[in-house]
Structures are given as C-alpha cells and as structure tokens.
Design a protein around this ligand. Structure first.
Ligand SMILES: [Zn+2]
Length: 420
C-alpha cells in the first residue's frame, strides 16, 4: 500500500524537477492519444502539430461542456467495455442534453492515488475521517475518497449529506472523528445549531463541493480550534483538482501530476497574466478513457506559478469564485455570490440564503435560526456592496427544524436571463 504512495511522491519529485518539461511531455502524449482515439479531437485538433510548446498549446481550441453534452461518445478513447464508470450530469441549458464523463479503471485509480496522497496532510493511519458528502455510488467521489483513505490506513466513515443537525451531532459525538469532509454551509449550520456541544475536539476539516467564505472559516476555526482545508474539484477533473496548503486554507496546490491548469479571459479566450482573475481551464495529462483538453470549467479564479511558501512546487489556485453564473454585474461592477457569503454569514443568526434575480432587483431570502438579526446592520453592509445599482428585498424565514436549506453547490436563481 505504501508502495503507491511512495511511487506518487517519487513521480512527483521527478516530474517537478523540470515541471515545464513534464507538463509538455505529458500533454503531447495526451493530445496524441486523444487525436488518435476520439472522433472529437481528431477533427478539432487535426490542423495542430503534434510537437508543440506550452505557448503554442494556448492557441489550441477549447473543449466546452455543451460539446460534451451534444455528443459525449465522440470523446470516448476506449472501447465501451473498457470503461468502468460513466457519470451522467444534468445539463443546466435548455437543450435537455446531458453530459457524460467516462472513466477507465486506471483513470479512477489516478483519483484514488491523488486522494490518498492529499489526505495524508489531514489524517494519519488509524484515525477516523467522517465523510458528510451526498451520494455513494461505486466509482463516485465518496467511493474513491473511501478507497484513498483506506489505502492510507485511515478509517473512513460515510455519514452522507447533513440534513438533521441533532442526528448529525449525536453521530459526531459518538464517533469522535479526527477529520471531517463536508460542505461549508452545512458545517456552519452545525456549528451554529442549538444541539452543538459546548466543546468539541475536531482537529481537521476539509471543505469541498462549494466555494468557501472567509467568514465561515473564521467562525469554525475559532469555535473548534481546528485547521480548515479546502478542496476544489469537479467530475470532469476526475473529482480531484486542488487541495489547500496546510499553511493557508485559501491557497490550493493544484493536482499538477494529472492536470494542467490555465487561466483565460472569459471573452477573448486568451491566456491571462499570473494572478489575474479569469476562467479556469484544465487539460488532463494521464487520463485515457476520456481525456479532456483545454476544458472550460465555467469557474473563475486566479493562479500563481511561483513556488508555494511551503515548498510545494506546482502552481497554486486561489480566489476561486465558482461559476460565472453565480455572479451578476451592472456598469462594469461584478458581484459574486461569495461576496454575499462574506457579508451574510458573518451574522450569527443566518444559516443559509438564496439570491433570486429578477430584472435589476434582487430578492435575498435569508434562512435564520432563533437569534434576532440586526437588520439595520445587514442592510448597511449590503448597501455598501451593492451600491445604488441594485435594489433588493430582504425576506426572512425561520427554519423550524434547524436544518440547512440547500444541498450541494449553491446557485443564484435567475428569474429572467440578464447579465452584463
Ligand atoms: Zn503550500
């Protein structure tokens, strides 16, 4: 078992002695494989040379989610019986076509190796890790995380999505885990719940599946004296994408052995300078079932290529804002759901909220516990963020059962298509 782990470290050490060379060599292989085996890349990349520099690669065509949805099988690079896992993802568009992502057994093992490697920062062999994420299909993210933790010698325990705070607390007090893997808003609700014990020993939390607000991290680290980590990933990446540095929850080491990241301008598609905010684009370096090249994630963020202060040699992602649809703009000022997270979650009574946009008016539906909210102060902060451009209504609902409201990635709801 330790063999794999050592192999990963060794591969990593070798690869990152000359990172640019490693990336280029793997990319060339990946492009060649995709061009030879998939109908899509055969056509899309036909006129591009096989031996390229990273600068030249930045001019290669993008892959977009809608292209996968339109014909997922055109991306397939293996025979269907060599595929061990197919993930069908509901499309958010109106075409009704669903994206399919294919993985071979070896592709899935890459994720297990990555999870095993990444989780070593959080748990030691023998320690319990409770997973509060939804779903437990074979080959899904929870299943692969369990495999990675088991390979590490840790003790994975699946709890699932937290929907009843009292039951979740009973479970945690009984199991006394060393580490929790969960969604930020659910843990904030847990932390703020009346069922929370006065003291709780929980050294490590890994947040995943949603953007992470500083206000949430501050409250949780203060109450539980724990270290908070953040993971960024998506199914298309093979779930794992980047994991925060032990030094800083908001700086995430990219999974550079398997993925090559670029940050591009949303409008022009051109590469941005280091540190500029843009769309996160990735290419798979080692996947063979369904390699993805220059895949536009629809997520925004920034990237640093310099060495992380901790010594990690691969690029670091930070300021990841989530989906572009999770923002709204007018007169050049863009506001993100995360900006509202920072303001609203800093008030102790708020458990969750939903933004509904209709025309130039926002409806902010707040879900609260029994604590009386200082509405005047909330409005002051909202006015400072929204300025005079956006009118808004604040709606308050008390959650009778003390449950958080949404499961999974929280999204802004658009009543009418409008963006600027
Ligand atoms: Zn670091």
């Amino acid at each position: 078992m330790n063999f794999l782990q050592d192999l990963w470290e060794q591969k990593m050490a070798e690869a990152w002695e000359k990172p640019e060379r490693y990336i280029r060599e793997q990319l060339i292989q990946s492009v060649l494989w995709a061009k030879t085996h998939s109908r899509f890349y055969k056509k899309a990349y036909a006129s591009y040379q096989d031996n390229f520099t990273l600068e030249e690669f930045a001019q290669f065509p993008f892959t977009e989610a809608k292209q996968i949805a339109a014909d997922p099988f055109s991306f397939l690079c293996m025979k269907p019986d060599e595929i061990s896992r197919i993930v069908t993802m509901q499309s958010s568009g109106s075409t009704g076509q669903n994206k399919k992502i294919f993985f071979s057994t070896a592709d899935q093992q890459l994720t297990v190796d990555y999870f095993q490697y990444g989780m070593r920062t959080l748990v030691n062999p023998g320690e319990k890790c409770v997973i509060c994420l939804p779903g437990n299909n074979p080959g899904g993210v929870v299943d692969l995380l369990v495999k990675g933790l088991s390979a590490l010698g840790a003790v994975p325990i699946i709890y699932g999505s937290i929907d009843n705070l009292q039951a979740a607390w009973q479970f945690l007090e009984r199991e006394k885990p060393h580490c929790l893997v969960a969604m930020p808003v659910q843990i904030l609700a847990l932390c703020r719940s009346r069922f929370a014990p006065k003291q709780f020993y929980l050294p490590k939390i890994l947040f995943s599946a949603d953007v992470l607000a500083k206000s949430i991290v501050e409250e949780i680290t203060q109450k539980w004296q724990c270290t908070v980590y953040h993971h960024y990933g998506m199914t298309e990446m093979g779930y794992g994408g980047a994991l925060s540095c032990f030094d800083d929850s908001f700086h995430m080491h990219t999974r550079a052995m398997d993925l090559y990241f670029e940050i591009v301008d949303v409008q022009t598609g051109q590469l941005l300078k280091e540190g500029e905010m843009g769309e996160i684009v990735f290419s798979t370096l080692n996947r063979r079932g369904m390699p993805l090249l220059r895949y536009r994630t629809g997520d925004m963020g920034r990237m640093k290529k310099k060495l992380c202060p901790c010594g990690y040699k691969a690029p670091v992602l930070y300021d990841v804002q989530g989906r572009i649809q999770n923002s709204f703009a007018q007169h050049g000022k863009r506001i993100w759901q995360k900006d509202l997270d920072e303001i609203l979650f800093s008030f102790a009574g708020i458990l969750d909220f939903q933004i509904i946009i209709a025309g130039d008016r926002l409806q902010i539906q707040l879900y609260k516990n029994k604590i009386v909210l200082p509405e005047g102060r909330i409005k002051e902060k909202l006015n400072a963020l929204l300025g005079s451009t956006w009118q808004y209504d604040l709606l308050l609902t008390e959650q009778e059962k003390d449950l958080p409201c949404f499961y999974g990635k929280r999204m802004i709801k658009w009543e009418k298509a409008m963006d600027g």
